[in-house]
Design a binder for this molecule. Structure first.
Ligand code: NAP
Length: 505
């Protein structure tokens, strides 16, 4: 039964054709696409009170995208007003809000509606969803929850005893003034290296705890001139051409990741960057990665190395042994007193919470089915989970190009699938298990020998079983091709009956 809810919370319908979970690039993009396909019977269930997903949650100083904005945006909604080559978080968040309004998606959103359970009802052949503010049923469930949404907190002994301020980069505490404080940053991933140059000038002491040195290449970010913006406004094909150029340039990067070798062009570029920016040989040695480039996400920054060399900053490479109420103790026994700890320790990617609360046939959760190794067909559909569509699902992540490209490919596939179902009078789709198995067998073979699997590092691209269940294994244009057409032979398509009947092929 749909329930009315209080205050500013909009009521839920009892039943919808599509329930989309999440309102980041994936969820909003999906809402827009459904409307373009003439589908208006949908809700977007959002746990927070605004749209934007990771671009709403990550408000830390310096947060920006490391994919140029001309490409990191919807193809159908170019923005001539980006202020820089690599847009800062507030602009990307604003862009998503703009798209939500412009394309009429806003009325479909139910904010503060965290989904607590989504279960496939085998009798009625619908999804039954429970949210914080009531329940509903849906013909189709679309998960746009994103892999970078749930912060991972490190399991360091004594962490709960810390009496200063402690927060994750994705949950920045804006009420806490870092000025004049002794601050520890744990982690040196994409988030931390953006934070460090911003806070270093403010704080009294900055201790950066590095477990693994990241590969960093020059960023070359710049303001976009008035003339450029004017050109893009008056002559949109110019921006499309720029977008295409950036896309193909980034596609080239992946060659080095698919066929890694020591001392490739990009590794040389990063070494030169390090040598130019860091003169002290001891610090340089600490900052030199000991695995192949691309094994972890390649970072871009012109300001991180300089910040580390300021008199109030240090890089700590001894492992953290313990956190005490007012200090961090490293394995060598040294104790550093700190007022605040910033955790740049990443997200739950391969152990995403959605897998725990989505239940398919037989009431089995995805987590139960996957046993630590997520898999889907084309990163989108999962055997045992009828009428479920995943956006940015298993093995659709990228280390070299824009995820928005992958999302739009998936939306094409979804739209094609829906058209096929309509044409055949089908209500329920389920990918064939053998098709999913074959697809993943091929995909895992392609991943063999790539830098993500054999680059000599431990990364979140690999799951708890050591399997790469996050990365798409190569160029993105073949993914676009593979998702261009929905092949009904890959699926069981049935009409909704008490006893489902196969639909004539
Ligand atoms: P991340 O890449 O997962 O980095 C986490 C960092 O924390 C790593 O340096 C990791 O060390 C360290 N760490 C984790 N647990 C630790 C522990 N117990 N003790 C010490 N160190 C620990 O997380 P992130 O920086 O938030 O980035 C996540 C992803 O978000 C990125 O890969 C990227 O896809 C995206 N992102 C993009 C941007 C951008 O566009 N500019 C910005 C931020 C994030 P190890 O390396 O040794 O594991």
């Amino acid at each position: 039964m749909g329930s009315a809810s209080n205050g500013s919370v909009r009521s839920l319908p009892e039943h919808v054709r599509f329930a989309i979970v999440g309102s980041g690039f994936a969820g909003i993009g999906c809402g827009i696409r459904l409307k373009q396909e003439g589908e208006n019977d949908f809700v977007i269930l959002e746990r927070a009170d605004d749209v934007g997903g990771t671009w709403r949650d990550n408000t830390y100083p310096g947060c920006a995208c490391d994919v140029p904005s001309h490409l990191y945006s919807f193809s159908f909604e170019p923005n001539p007003n980006w202020s820089r080559t690599f847009s800062p978080q507030p602009e990307i968040w604003e862009y998503l809000r703009h798209c939500t309004k412009k394309y009429g998606v806003e009325p479909h959103i139910r904010f503060n509606h965290a989904v607590t359970e989504a279960a496939w009802d085998e009798e009625a052949e619908v999804w039954r969803l429970d949210t914080e503010h009531g329940s509903l049923t849906a013909d189709f469930l679309i998960a746009g929850v994103g892999p970078l949404s749930d912060p991972r907190l490190p399991d360091i002994p004594g962490i709960e005893s810390f009496e200063g301020r402690i927060f994750h980069t994705a949950r920045w505490d804006h009420d806490y003034d870092l000025s004049g404080k002794r601050v520890a940053v744990i982690g040196t991933g994409a988030s931390s290296i953006q934070v460090v140059p911003q806070i270093q000038p403010l704080v009294k002491r900055l201790h950066v705890f590095q477990r693994t040195a990241p590969w960093i290449v020059p960023q070359r970010d710049r303001r976009l001139s008035k003339l450029e913006k004017r050109l893009y406004r008056l002559f949109p094909p110019a921006q499309l051409a720029m977008r295409a150029a950036i896309y193909w340039m980034r596609e080239l990067f992946v060659i080095g990741f698919m066929h890694p070798r020591e001392g490739g062009v990009n590794e040389k570029l990063a070494h030169t960057h390090l040598q130019r920016q860091v003169k002290d040989p001891e610090l340089r040695a600490k900052l030199t990665p000991n695995y192949r480039m691309g094994c972890k996400r390649v970072l871009i920054s012109d300001t991180y190395y300089p910040a580390l060399q300021q008199p109030n900053a240090e890089v700590v490479t001894d492992g953290i042994a313990e956190i005490k109420p007012h200090s961090i103790v490293t394995a060598d026994g040294e104790e550093r007193e700190v007022d605040a700890i910033i955790l740049g320790t990443g997200f739950h990617v391969t152990d995403m919470p959605v897998a725990e609360y989505v239940k398919g046939r037989g009431g089995r959760t995805m987590a139960d089915m996957w046993q630590g190794s997520p898999q889907a067909y084309l990163g989108s559909t999962v055997a045992g989970f009828p009428n479920l569509f995943f956006l940015v699902g298993p093995n659709t992540g990228l280390g070299h190009n824009s995820i928005v490209f992958m999302i739009e490919s998936q939306l094409n596939y979804l739209a094609e699938g829906l058209q096929h179902m309509k044409a055949r009078g089908a209500d329920v789709f389920e990918v064939r298990e053998d098709v999913q198995e074959r697809f993943n067998g091929r995909l895992q073979k392609q991943l063999e020998g790539t830098v993500w699997n054999s680059g000599g590092c431990a990364s979140w691209y690999l799951d708890e079983n050591g399997k790469n269940t996050t990365i798409w294994p190569g160029f993105t244009w073949p993914y676009r091709q593979q998702t261009r057409h929905f092949n009904p032979a890959d699926y069981a398509l049935t009409a909704r009956r008490r006893a489902p009947q196969p639909v004539a092929a």
